[in-house]
Design a protein around this ligand. Structure first.
Ligand SMILES: [Mg+2]
Length: 219
């Protein structure tokens, strides 16, 4: 889809490219996410996310949103109105918080992206009342934010910092495998929730990876 940005900033067009890539990744992983949710939930995460991001793409083609913040708000609202279960409000909150943090920006530096991802993650934590280790989206998002901030502080290049963030999200997702769920439907299973990846942490990892792959030019 989109190649590497010509500069080390993320434009509105780059944000749209990320959303298109993620919608395709979700469509490709619909069955996988549903299988993960079948093991510890109600087997609808893949279908819900696919429906939501198909609605997002349709909405973005319909609207003439011209700035990053407005586009991200459109995404959040579309997800809240089309995705059932916990994922709609949580992913909706993620994008609405990112939208607020991007207000007035015509292009994003890495540091802007870190600020947005931080605000988005804090929003998910508050909305879901979940912390690290509860076997949720938070387990992928928190390490992604921390790695991104660390990469910026260490002076990593634009693509390196994005890839560091994606690798941390992947490790965070993998860390949910042995955990016992403390939030959401999976928590009803108690100890039987251990031994399965969390579907929300998996879709969150895919979101961070889609950003890195799109913006670092490896997609
Ligand atoms: Mg579910």
């Amino acid at each position: 889809m989109s190649g590497a940005p010509s500069t080390s900033t993320i434009s509105h067009e780059d944000v749209l490219a990320w959303l298109r890539v993620y919608a395709q990744v979700i469509a490709d992983n619909r069955g996988y996410l549903t299988d993960l949710d079948a093991a510890i939930g109600d087997a609808d995460h893949g279908a819900n996310m696919d429906r939501g991001f198909k609605a997002v793409i349709a909405k973005l083609m319909d609207t003439a949103d011209k700035d990053i913040s407005t586009t991200l708000r459109t995404v959040g609202m579309a997800l809240i109105s089309t995705v059932g279960g916990a994922a709609g409000p949580l992913y909706g909150t993620l994008f609405l918080q990112a939208s607020q943090a991007a207000a007035g920006k015509t292009a994003l530096t890495l540091s802007d992206w870190a600020t947005m991802l931080d605000a988005a993650t804090e929003g998910v934590i508050k909305r879901g009342k979940a912390g690290p280790g509860d076997k949720t989206m938070v387990d992928a998002l928190v390490p992604a934010v921390q790695a991104l901030k660390g990469a910026i502080a260490a002076g990593q290049s634009f693509p390196e910092a994005l890839q560091s963030s994606a690798r941390a999200a992947e490790h965070g997702m993998q860390s949910t495998l042995p955990l016992i769920a403390h939030k959401g439907r999976a928590s009803y299973l108690g100890e039987r929730s251990a031994g399965h990846l969390d579907p929300g942490a998996t879709s969150s990892y895919l979101l961070i990876k889609a950003a890195a792959d799109t913006w670092a030019g490896s997609y």
